[in-house]
Design a protein around this ligand. Structure first.
Ligand code: E4P
Length: 219
């Protein structure tokens, strides 16, 4: 399973660059950083060799394709994030025919994901947290998408997005989702377990009873 970091913060990306397989950004995450978008994107692409999603904001196909071409010039690993609308999927078709990879975003149903795959999306991002927030079952939607893609052999990869807590990551992994994009604080929580902390403290305490001459690094 691949783990992407869902952030536009370069310090967070640097900290976890050794672990992550890619990065996703969106206009909200970029705005939070308060710095020029192209400058931030260039820096992120220098840190991470895996896919880095950058989102277009135009609402018409032509405008999206124009923005996408500009973003794609920043680095080879840029993936163009496009919202799931009719003009958006037309842009995905055009970009696919030009060899520019796309991540179709703001996906909330298996039917939307089916259309994105038919249009040649490289990735599709169902927003599980926002579906849960609206009273739905985000992971059930992911399961449906995975089944539909399996049924027809679509190559589009599912990125489980809008991840809110560690349990979302486990559930995505249990479903066999190929990718989850995870906020920094949630990813940090994946390392932690209170019994690991307690176990280390206990081992260190007991280690004090071992004669120091017999310990590694003591001479
Ligand atoms: C995905 O690509 C989006 O950037 C992100 O996961 C949205 O998450 P949110 O619903 O927590 O804003």
């Amino acid at each position: 399973m691949k783990l992407y970091l869902d952030t536009a913060n370069v310090e967070e990306i640097r900290d976890l660059a050794w672990l992550i397989d890619g990065v996703t950004t969106n206009p909200t995450l970029v705005a939070r950083e308060g710095r020029p978008f192209m400058e931030a994107l260039t820096e992120i692409c220098q840190i991470v060799s895996g896919p880095v999603s950058a989102e277009v904001v135009a609402l018409d196909t032509q405008g999206m394709v124009r923005e996408a071409r500009e973003l794609a010039q920043v680095a080879k690993n840029v993936v163009i994030k496009i919202p799931l609308t009719e003009p958006g999927l037309q842009a995905v078709q055009k970009l696919q025919s030009q060899g520019i990879p796309t991540n179709v975003t703001l996906v909330f149903s298996a039917n939307q994901a089916l259309l994105a795959a038919k249009c040649g999306a490289s990735y599709v991002s169902p927003f599980v947290g926002r579906i849960d927030d609206a009273g739905g079952d985000g992971m059930a939607v992911v399961q449906e998408i995975l089944t539909v893609y399996e049924n027809y052999g679509f190559q589009t990869e599912v990125i489980v997005a809008s991840v809110r807590h560690p349990r979302h990551v486990v559930e995505a992994a249990l479903l066999g989702a190929p990718i989850a994009t995870v906020p920094y604080d949630v990813l940090k929580k994946l390392f932690a377990h209170p019994l690991t902390e307690a176990g280390i403290a206990r081992f260190l305490k007991d280690w004090e009873k071992v004669p120091s001459k017999s310990k590694p690094g003591q001479g």
